[in-house]
Design a protein around this ligand. Structure first.
Ligand code: AMP
Ligand code: MG
Length: 405
């Protein structure tokens, strides 16, 4: 594990998170519950693929040598449907009617599609335009993969193609990393739930909903919520319980320098080892990250809504993938659609709308907020880009990594 810089930049902070997180437990799941999971086993091909010379068109199978010898009419000696044991062509003057998905009958080496044939009284005749060659309309055995070939590696995220491969490998179940149990803990005496009466000096608790949504959209469904006051004892008590029952604790608020920002000290008391507190970024500079005594991943996100959401996507989501043993997702790079001045000597997370420009293709148009408390300005944006630290003018066309909401 590398040393921790005083004030890591986003790439350094991301690497620190990736190095420190502890892998999730492994469990066996049925095929129907595997979409989106990360494989904790490798998978080899059960058989050659295709497992036999597979007919790819409805038509008749013949020995192509007979056609090259001048024969154009073939007596239909039998019918080979998909899923039936192979017939054999004994006489090259004959053909066998075949269906897509059937085994190519031994003795035949190609398939003439019905579109090229006239069939009359059990005899198939090829038209003058037919052009026949070996393996025409045959998907030959083992062309796609061979029995025993390594098809899926540990750490592969399971999507539709992987599900097809698992099923075709004869696996009704697979070993995957379990879904992490995540709790989102909003802290702040001023926060009021959406369904409670509210006073003029109070604020609706909105971060939990946005953070949960971002997690749910990425397939993380085991998400609990809590709200705690800015009270050292209450925080200590409740966070101890959350740490005992979750692999991931995501706090929002209480990590800045205010007198009521108790989160770092409470976590320390509970044995959560601080890896870093503060990242050279705007918004989200006060971000806190540590590892609990049982390997729990703990993020203290700044409470300001833009900071909280940006930090979740930039650090917590990659942490969850790393805990599942998945290789990092390659970021999507998009050119900036207009120049933007980064003022502070901090990496900048800039909300953007992704649009199509006639000259540059897809571009990210800056939609700066009025500070990190202004989540209303995020409406209609697609995500944010990461820009290098200022002070500098970033020109239009600058390629920036895009993080979608
Ligand atoms: P803090 O990081 O606790 O200093 O909070 C910074 C700002 O974010 C304050 O204005 C808080 O009221 C606001 N805030 C904190 N948590 C939330 C939340 N869960 N939902 C909405 N606003 C919040
Ligand atoms: Mg607070």
């Amino acid at each position: 594990m590398g040393p921790v810089p005083d004030l890591p930049n986003p790439a350094e902070a991301e690497a620190l998170v990736r190095e420190r997180v502890v892998p999730l437990p492994v469990e066996s799941r049925p095929l129907a519950a595997l979409a989106g999971a990360v494989l904790a086993q490798s998978v080899r091909a059960e058989r050659d693929q295709p497992p036999f010379d597979r007919v790819t068109m409805d038509g008749v199978a013949i020995a192509s040598q007979a056609w090259r010898d001048g024969r154009t009419s073939f007596r239909i000696a039998g019918t080979q449907a998909a899923g039936t044991p192979p017939l054999t062509l004994d006489d090259p003057a004959d053909c066998i009617e075949v269906m897509t998905g059937a085994v190519l009958p031994p003795g035949c080496d190609c398939v003439i599609p019905v579109e090229w044939l006239v069939v009359d009284q059990g005899v198939a005749t090829l038209g003058p335009d037919a052009s026949v060659e070996p393996f025409l309309n045959v998907h030959t055995r083992g062309l796609d993969c061979r029995e025993g070939d390594m098809l899926l590696a540990r750490g592969t995220r399971i999507g539709p193609p992987e599900l097809a491969v698992l099923a075709s490998a004869g696996l009704p179940r697979a070993m995957v990393r379990s879904d992490p149990r995540i709790v989102i803990v909003a802290t702040g005496d001023e926060l009021v739930a959406p369904d409670e009466p509210i006073a003029a000096w109070q604020v609706r608790r909105s971060n939990s909903s946005a953070l949960r949504g971002a997690l749910n959209l990425r397939g993380f469904q085991r998400v609990a919520e809590d709200h705690l006051p800015d009270d050292h004892a209450v925080l200590a008590n409740r966070l101890a319980t959350h740490l005992a029952t979750h692999e991931v604790v995501i706090l929002s608020g209480g990590v800045s320098m205010g007198r009521f920002d108790h989160v770092p000290s409470v976590l320390r008391e509970l044995g959560v080892v601080e890896v870093f507190h503060k990242v050279a970024q705007r918004p989200g500079k006060p971000l806190w990250f540590g590892i609990g005594p049982a390997g729990q991943t703990v993020f203290g996100l700044p409470g300001n809504p833009v900071s909280a959401l940006v930090c979740l996507l930039r650090y917590a989501v990659p942490a969850l993938y790393a805990m599942a043993g998945a290789s990092p997702l390659a970021p999507e790079y998009v050119p900036l659609g207009a120049a933007f001045a980064v003022r502070p000597a901090l990496s900048q997370f800039l909300p953007v709308v992704v649009e199509r420009s006639p000259s540059l293709g897809l571009v990210a148009m800056p939609r700066p907020t009025r500070g990190s408390g202004d989540f209303i300005s995020l409406l209609g944006t697609d995500g944010f880009v990461e820009l290098p630290p200022g002070p500098r003018e970033i020109a239009a066309g600058h390629l920036a990594p895009l993080y979608r909401w």
